[in-house]
Write a protein that binds this ligand. Structure first.
Ligand code: RIB
Ligand code: CA
Length: 308
């Protein structure tokens, strides 16, 4: 059973489609502010759930980071977070239970079998953890998309967007969660999706592919303009790791800290690669390589397309 904390966001949308196309069940979507404001990320999640025709509950979370405000990513995802397509809003409403409280409740209801996937800033997870430090003991697995493990960020020189947006939240989760899988920005760049192959999936897919083609048009143009090696979908890669952990080809367990004060480095992931005897716990399993065909099969299936 999955619980997905997310700031949809275009790549979040693909990850959510992947989860519903394959997972044993999605207990809920916890919504964060990040790519764009909470109003839009919540509306986008509701639209996706309606498009898929599923009853997955949507729980809005924190409207801003824990301590300091941060810039959003509307320049990639569009002002509304879904490519400014002007889609007809979903008819259904979000639940009036806070994402952090819903996560705690569902961690009891599905104790020991919940796979928690964090695809946005970690504000809601940090709040849940602060309310109940025992949360990790009830969660089977945590997969986090975030960070830049050798300091090659996207939101700043050194920091990746999710952790740059709420560094204090990332610090709380990283310092208190005993072990988790980390899918960082640099891994995502190594697992870009070929532009032409991706366009083929969009053209040959179903209504999900048509919707994703529309909401991702702006983001795909940014990918090309930035001369990325292909379509970069960080959250989709993290979801592939969550859905099929056997796709992990290589990973290293290391202690990772979050920089909170650096003028140039706030939000950066500081990895103890040499495993100095600092006493810090090597709680992060840093994923370093993923089976690309297996990843692509999950993406294509989520769009109703075939990889062959
Ligand atoms: O840095 C990539 C991450 O930031 C992804 O989760 C993307 O959706 C944005 O939230
Ligand atoms: Ca995201």
């Amino acid at each position: 059973m999955l619980f997905i904390d997310t700031d949809p966001g275009v790549d979040d949308a693909l990850a959510i489609l992947m989860a519903h196309a394959r997972a044993p069940g999605v207990a809920g979507l916890g919504i964060a502010a990040g790519n764009v404001g909470l109003h839009h990320t919540t509306a986008n999640a509701l639209k996706l759930v309606e498009l898929m025709g599923v009853s997955t509950p949507v729980f809005p979370g924190a409207p801003q980071p824990l301590v300091r405000r941060a810039a959003d990513a509307a320049f990639v995802h569009g002002a509304d977070g879904f490519g400014d397509t002007g889609y007809l809003p979903a008819r259904r409403a979000a639940h009036n239970e806070h994402a952090a409280l819903a996560l705690l409740r569902l961690s009891h209801a599905h104790a020991g079998e919940l796979v928690l996937v964090a695809l946005g800033p970690l504000t809601n997870l940090a709040l849940a953890l602060s309310l109940d430090p025992q949360l990790p003991s009830r969660v089977a697995r945590l997969v986090v998309m975030g960070g830049a493990v050798t300091g090659q960020g996207n939101a700043s020189v050194a920091a990746e967007f999710n952790f740059r947006f709420d560094p204090e939240a990332a610090h709380i989760v990283f310092s208190r969660w005993p072990r988790f899988d980390l899918v960082d920005w640099e891994l995502t760049l190594r697992h870009a999706l070929d532009f032409e192959r991706f366009e083929h999936w969009l053209a040959g897919g179903d209504a999900r592919a048509a919707f994703f083609a529309a909401i991702s048009r702006k983001a795909r143009a940014v990918n090309r303009a930035r001369r990325h090696p292909g379509i970069i979908v960080a959250d989709a890669l993290a979801m592939a790791v969550a859905l099929r952990p056997e796709l992990i080809i290589n990973a290293e367990e290391r202690a990772v800290a979050i920089e909170l004060d650096g003028g140039l480095t706030r939000g950066a992931t500081v990895v103890d690669w040499q495993q100095r005897r600092t006493g810090a716990v090597a709680s992060a399993r840093i994923v370093l390589a993923v089976d690309q065909p297996g990843f692509e099969q999950l993406v294509a299936a989520a769009l109703g397309a075939r990889t062959g």
